[in-house]
Ligand binder design. Structure first.
Ligand code: AP5
Length: 217
C-alpha cells in the first residue's frame, strides 16, 4: 500500500500515520521529521531547511523530491509506506508519480485528506508539545501525560515545542497550505484516488474512518 495523508498543518497526519505504522507495518515517511532530524544533525540539507521551516515556508521542491526518492528506495519501504507531509505542491505530486512509474512499483494507491477547519488547527498547534527525549506527542488540552509533567512512554520530565508552532509561523504555514498544497486535491481527485475524512472528529473516530477506507481499497 502506497498511501498519502494530506491535510493542513495540525490536521492529525502524524498522529494517524504513527498509528498506521504500528498496526499495519507501513513505514511512516514524515518529511517534516526528516528535515528536523537533518537540521539537528547539521547536514547541508538541514542547514538549508532550518530557517525556511522556522519561518513557516515550504522547502524547495527539488530538495524535497530528492529526499523522498532516496527514502522510498530503501528496504523498509518495500511493503509500502505512508507519505505524511509529501507531496505539498503539484510539482511534488507530479515528480512522485514520475519516480514511482520509473521504479516500476505502480502508482499511489490511495490519498486520504484529513479535513479540519482553521480555528481548530490553530488550537491544536498552539497546544502541541512533545517529549524532549523520546518524541512522544502531547497536547495541553487534548492529550496530557497520565502523570503531569512525566512522559508516559519514557518517564522523561523534559518537553519541547516546535519553533514553527509560534503564531506568526503558523499563519504562514496555513497560507502555504491554502496557496501551494490545496491545489493537489483536484490533482488526485481527477485521478480517482482522493478520499476525505472528517478530521474534526476525535482521533479514534478519525482512525476508524481511515481503517475503513484502507480495508475497502
Ligand atoms: P510538517 O512537520 O509536515 O508539519 P505540518 O504539515 O505543518 O504538520 P504538523 O506536523 O504540524 O501536523 P499534523 O497534521 O502531523 O498533526 P499532528 O498529528 O501533529 O512540516 C514542517 C515544515 O517542514 C513545513 O512547514 C515545511 O517548511 C517543511 N516541509 C515538510 N515537508 C515538506 C515538503 N514536502 N515540501 C516543502 N517543505 C516541507 O496533530 C496536531 C495536534 O493535534 C497534536 O497535538 C495532536 O495530539 C492533536 N490531534 C491530532 N488529531 C486530533 C483530533 N482528531 N482531535 C483533536 N486533536 C488532535
Amino acid at each position: 500500500m502506497k498511501l498519502v495523508l494530506l491535510g493542513p498543518p495540525g490536521a492529525g497526519k502524524g498522529t494517524q500515520a504513527k498509528r498506521l505504522e504500528e498496526l499495519r507495518g507501513l513505514k511512516q515517511l514524515s518529511t517534516g521529521d526528516m528535515l528536523r532530524a537533518a537540521a539537528a544533525a547539521g547536514t547541508p540539507l538541514g542547514l538549508q531547511a532550518k530557517q525556511v521551516m522556522e519561518a513557516g515556508q515550504l522547502v524547495r521542491d527539488d530538495l524535497m523530491v530528492a529526499l523522498i526518492e532516496e527514502r522510498i528506495a530503501q528496504a523498509d519501504c518495500a511493503k509500502g509506506f505512508i507519505l505524511d507531509g509529501f507531496p505539498r505542491t503539484v510539482q511534488q505530486a507530479e515528480a512522485l508519480d514520475a519516480m514511482l512509474a520509473a521504479s516500476g512499483r505502480g502508482g499511489i494507491d490511495l490519498v486520504i485528506e484529513l479535513a479540519v477547519d482553521e480555528p481548530a488547527l490553530i488550537e491544536r498547534i498552539a497546544g502541541r508539545y512533545s517529549c524532549a527525549k523520546c518524541g512522544a506527542g502531547y497536547h495541553d488540552k487534548f492529550k496530557q501525560p497520565k502523570v503531569p509533567g512525566v512522559c508516559d512512554r519514557c518517564g522523561s520530565t523534559e518537553f519541547v515545542r516546535r519553533p514553527d508552532d509560534r503564531a506568526e509561523a503558523v499563519a504562514v504555514r496555513l497560507e502555504a497550505y491554502r496557496k501551494q498544497t490545496a491545489p493537489i486535491l483536484p490533482y488526485y481527485r481527477a485521478r480517482g484516488l482522493l478520499r476525505s475524512v472528517d478530521g474534526m472528529a476525535p482521533p479514534e473516530e478519525v482512525a476508524a474512518a481511515i481503517d475503513k477506507l484502507l480495508d475497502e481499497a
